[in-house]
Design a protein around this ligand. Structure first.
Ligand code: GLU
Length: 288
């Protein structure tokens, strides 16, 4: 009989601040699900934003997770060390004519939206979708601007991508009460950014590439990323990558237990630790 590979889970924080209770819940849930299924558990540091991510936050994240009792496999994948992997995926999408440079600033986009008298479409996060002004421009003119060093992002031609992939794109959403297939709606996001002006990749591109490269089979993360799944599924199909299973868990916005509730707002794990709250108390109050 062929050996069945164990499921692979991951927790993927960005080192642009300290961990909060939501992160504690997500990492512990991933670890628990990996244990229960005889699976592996990986930690990935998502530090593509070189301006906001800092090594001291990364060190704090590792220390806080250790304190919480989270254990992960080595080595930890650090996205800033793998820009070449994202560039290769981007190159593939470019070769299919799915990528164009966009030069508009946030101000220019806003002006465009204002001119539409409130009818402009917004993405699932409430951001106006990109007007796609450069989409049908002469590629030679665009190349000249790029060569001249004009600041630009690289965007996915969503219409072309959806035409290529078809409209029956779905993902499997696992739920404690039983799973179901969800219809993906990547078009709602418009021409998403694949490489930002300030960094040669984007969240969607690097997360999709890494989940595949690391063999992640089960993506367990907060509901705030539910709609992002539409884009990531689209990229998976475009790049011929395997399809993982998803579970989007509830968001922990404020502590509800009496002990944790002593702090106003959403305290970091560091703060809770300083207050003398034990990891077991945190787990208990998170229902884990
Ligand atoms: N790095 C992302 C975050 O911190 C999570 C990515 C993911 O789980 O897909 O929000």
């Amino acid at each position: 009989m062929a050996a069945v590979s164990p499921p692979v889970f991951r927790f993927a924080p960005s080192p642009n601040g300290h961990l909060h209770l939501g992160h504690a819940y997500s990492s512990l849930l991933n670890q628990e699900m990996a244990r229960q299924s005889g699976g592996r558990f990986l930690l990935r540091v998502e530090d593509i934003d070189l301006r906001r991510c800092r090594p001291e936050y990364e060190a704090a994240i590792l220390a806080d997770l250790q304190w919480l009792g989270v254990e992960w496999e080595q080595p930890v994948r650090r996205q800033s060390e793998h820009f070449a992997d994202y560039a290769a995926a981007l190159q593939w999408l470019k070769s299919k004519g799915l990528v164009y440079p966009s030069f508009m600033s946030r101000k220019e986009i806003d002006a465009h939206v204002q001119a539409s008298n409130g009818t402009w479409p917004h993405d699932p996060l409430g951001t106006p979708v990109y007007p796609g002004s450069e989409r049908d421009m002469d590629p030679e003119i665009l190349s000249l601007r790029v060569a001249a060093g004009d600041d630009h992002a690289l965007r996915l031609d969503m219409k072309k991508a959806v035409t290529l992939v078809g409209t029956d794109l779905t993902w499997y959403e696992d739920k404690p009460s039983g799973g179901e297939r969800i219809t993906a709606d990547p078009s709602a996001w418009g021409d998403v950014i694949l490489a930002r002006k300030d960094t040669p990749t984007s969240y969607h591109l690097s997360v999709t590439v890494d989940d595949a490269l690391q063999g992640v089979t089960d993506i367990v993360r907060g509901m705030d990323l539910y709609h992002s799944t539409s884009i990531q599924r689209l990229l998976q199909v475009l790049l011929s990558l395997p399809e993982p299973t998803y579970r989007h868990h509830r968001l922990i916005t404020a502590p509800d237990g009496p002990k944790l509730a002593k702090s106003a707002g959403s305290p970091s794990l560091r703060e809770l630790r300083k207050q003398g709250i034990a990891p077991d108390e945190i787990k208990r109050q998170l229902g884990l």
